[in-house]
Ligand binder design. Sequence first.
Ligand code: PPS
Length: 573
Amino acid sequence: MQDHLTAPHGGTLVDRLVDAERAEELRAASRDWPSWTLSPRQLCDLELLLNGGFSPLDGFLDQAAFRKVCEEMRLPSGELWPIPVNLDVTPQAAEGLATGSKLALRDPEGVMLAVLDVSDVYEHDRELEAEKVFGTDDRNHPGVAHLYQRTNEISVGGRLEGLRLPSQYDYPMLRRTPARLRREFARLGWRKTVAFQTRNPMHRAHFELTLRAARNLEANLLIHPVVGMTKPGDLDHYTRVRCYQQVLGHYPRNTAMLSLLPLAMRMAGPREAVWHAIIRKNYGCTHFIVGRDHAGPGSDDGGKPYYGPYDAQQLLRQHEEELGIEMVPFQMMVYVEERDSYEPVDEVEEGVRTLSISGTELRRRLAEGVEIPSWFTFPEVAAELQKSHPPRARQGFTVFFSGLSGAGKSTIANVLQVKLLELGGRPVTLLDGDIVRTNLSSELGFSKEHRDINIRRIGFVASEITKNGGIAICAPIAPYDRVRKEVRDLVAPLGGFVLVHVATPVEVCEQRDRKGLYAKARAGLIKEFTGISDPYEVPEDAEIEIDTEKLTAEEAAQSIILYLEKEGFIGAR
Ligand code: PPS
């Protein structure tokens, strides 16, 4: 392990990976040490600590460093560092840890990745971090939400000795470490490289912006997207990387490179921009593009942006000289129709027509299979996005029936299944109450707790079917609103979720009493019987309500088919 490795690009680089002999020594000694299993965020942080992406850090921050970083954006050495990188653990895990302890850091499979030489165990001051780093205590801010809801109370600081980098099996050729990227720049003769940070797919506006930046500077371009953790709800990185690979082919030959950054973003706006610049310098870049609202999480509940659109540029401008990486500020690029070109918004004369497509509009076009114009995104990128977001008629969905025993759920579900099979194109699975109780939940009874477990299991199976493009028809009683909503939240983002309330009144069900269960329930032979001795919470969020007194099963199934057609789930494929 070399503490500081001087490289031709980007200044000194910390390298905390030990040699094979020391690794063996540490493995042998680790039998006596406590272990901590790293969270996905901590795995990302560890990777950049070990590979030098977070230079000059050589471990997780101790309390003094944590406070100084929060309050002054500096390390105790005086060097600029805007974002706390602390290792948070549970109080149980912290028990027995003190200065001088060793803590083995492991991945979720139990592989030891590094050893922390503990120098400090302290309480994580979340309020300080929220106020100073994020500038807000608002839990709608994704970074603040993570801080309060997903980090532990105790932090452990100390230097690291790394045994190996976390295993990453996707795109190994594109995951270059800082040292490797510096070597590659040197080999290619890239003395000037401008980095572009992104967590979104790249459209024409981004392409034109990066091309312009590189040309103006007569520099090479590094497309350096974050593939660690981004804002919750962002497009998955597999799709994004395929899009970047498509965009790459449009730059002049031998002037642009794609490399992936395993960073866990905090969405901290201005401070994060400074952090991103330091990281890119470590990766050997000389310039860094900062656009509008860099690393910002958007607006709060009241529609007020958390950070001003150019706050990030201002903060980095104050520090770029000290950092030794030059900022390349950019205004938003807009498409000027009459000139068929992209231009910075502040350079377009008044009255000239500009076009843009918002994220919401793009999602609508994808869901409805509407064309995405080539002035907005390269056709190959549009094709990648369409592959990951097929129109609704090719997505999976779940039809979830709920209603009393004997309400007619199974009969309608059976007719619906047949009609959907007639249409063809997607596999259909029927998860009827009785089928599930026999095959998935045979050990469960009818207490609220057991019914909730039963519905969660059905929801899980339905979510897998929906995710993989199939149709799940579920027909349990599902008497409780909360767990029905839980299932909706699980399934809806993966395709469609349609709740059908079979609203046959209890008197009618009892009168029919096909299985003789109501008579038994009245006689007290069956306990906790829904509608008789157990509650049924009438859904207020059902997409469809069916009254079996007025409709036959065929008519009910047909009304569901028409609803699915209206919503775009069935139709031209
Ligand atoms: S739940 O509440 O959604 O978990 O119920 P579900 O899995 O749909 O199971 C309901 C079927 O089990 C039979 N059965 C009972 N229902 C309600 N309450 C009690 N106590 C009960 N005991 C047995 C009944 O036949 C239900 O079938 P369906 O098809 O709904 O008539």
